[in-house]
Ligand binder design. Structure first.
Ligand SMILES: Nc1ncnc2c1ncn2[C@@H]1O[C@H](COP(=O)(O)OP(=O)(O)O)[C@@H](O)[C@H]1O
Ligand SMILES: Cc1ncc(COP(=O)(O)OP(=O)(O)O)c(N)n1
Length: 267
């Protein structure tokens, strides 16, 4: 069995962050491990508070894993400040995992800043050059290049600009555009469009976390990047479609739907 490590924030309600990542890894048949970089008090209605883990502790968690266990892929999610970003980058430069999927989490669906605005430059300079693929949503891509993105053509242009920051590939997610969700992948040579089917359900809490973790799991399992993205898109559509009726706000996706397809509520 392959192993995948998530370096991200904890979501107490289990829909996004570390918890979504670990559930996604299990559903992909890979052994999941975690480095917690921040803790959020969060539910389906919003984020109430965030507390960062110290850089020293983040570094020690990374050391604990890499000095003992082979890591086939890493997914990076919510990392909120300059010092956390710096220690993660320093450690990954030492341990050099084969695949790094970077989800540049900035703002939760409910509007809470998960990346401190002053840490954007560190994200660009320290983490982007290490990434096998970076997976911003439309807003995050826009923040990275200081431009708003409103259609497919602008997504392609943005992907090329973000590629110039140093990642091996860029996947801009189109979930927040009207119509069917189309994601755009750019690898420095050409653009590939992944045409999704919009699922009109209120279960999109943690979709970005889930997609990036599914890509990491698929890469660890030996798929090419294009295959990894295609399979991850199919997975996220199923997970939204079978979303669980939990909480009063935006509900979570369902990582068990392949095994329990009829279960959609907690009873
Ligand atoms: N309602 C939906 N139906 C189907 N796919 C969706 C839906 N919303 C988002 N997606 C897909 O889920 C993934 C996460 O996208 P998005 O929601 O844009 O990211 P984020 O959670 O980071 O804001 C993308 O592949 C996107 O196309
Ligand atoms: C701890 C934590 N990490 C990341 C997010 C953002 O997750 P995302 O998949 O983008 O989902 P939404 O915030 O859009 O639901 C988070 N909320 N918490």
């Amino acid at each position: 069995m392959k192993t995948v490590l998530t370096i991200a924030g904890s979501d107490s309600s289990g829909g996004a962050g570390i918890q979504a990542d670990l559930k996604t890894f299990s559903a992909h048949g890979v052994y999941g491990m975690s480095v917690i970089a921040a803790v959020t008090a969060q539910n389906t209605q919003g984020v109430l508070a965030v507390e960062d883990i110290s850089p020293d502790m983040i570094g020690k968690q990374i050391d604990a894993i890499f000095t003992d266990i082979p890591v086939h892929a890493v997914k990076i999610g919510m990392v909120s400040d300059n010092a956390s970003i710096k220690i993660i980058a320093d450690k990954l430069k030492i341990y050099q995992p084969e695949y790094i999927v970077l989800d540049p989490v900035m703002v939760s669906k409910s509007g809470y800043d998960l990346l401190k605005p002053e840490a954007k430059q560190a994200l660009i300079e320290e983490l982007l050059p290490l990434a096998t693929v970076i997976t911003p949503n439309l807003k995050e891509a826009g923040v990275l290049i200081d431009q708003s993105i409103t259609d497919l053509q602008e997504m392609e242009q943005a992907a090329e600009k973000i590629y110039n920051f140093g990642p091996k590939a860029v996947l801009i997610k189109g979930g927040h555009l009207e119509g069917e969700p189309v994601d755009v992948l750019y690898d420095g040579n050409s653009w590939k469009h992944f045409n999704g089917k919009r699922i009109n359900k209120n279960n999109t809490h943690g979709t970005g976390c889930t997609l990036s973790s599914a890509i990491a799991g698929n890469l660890a399992n030996g798929h090419t990047l294009e295959e990894a993205v295609l399979k991850a898109k199919t997975y996220i559509e199923g997970a939204i479609d079978h979303g669980l009726a939990i909480g009063k706000g935006v509900g979570p996706t369902n990582h068990l739907y392949q095994w329990f397809p009829e279960t959609s509520v907690i009873d």
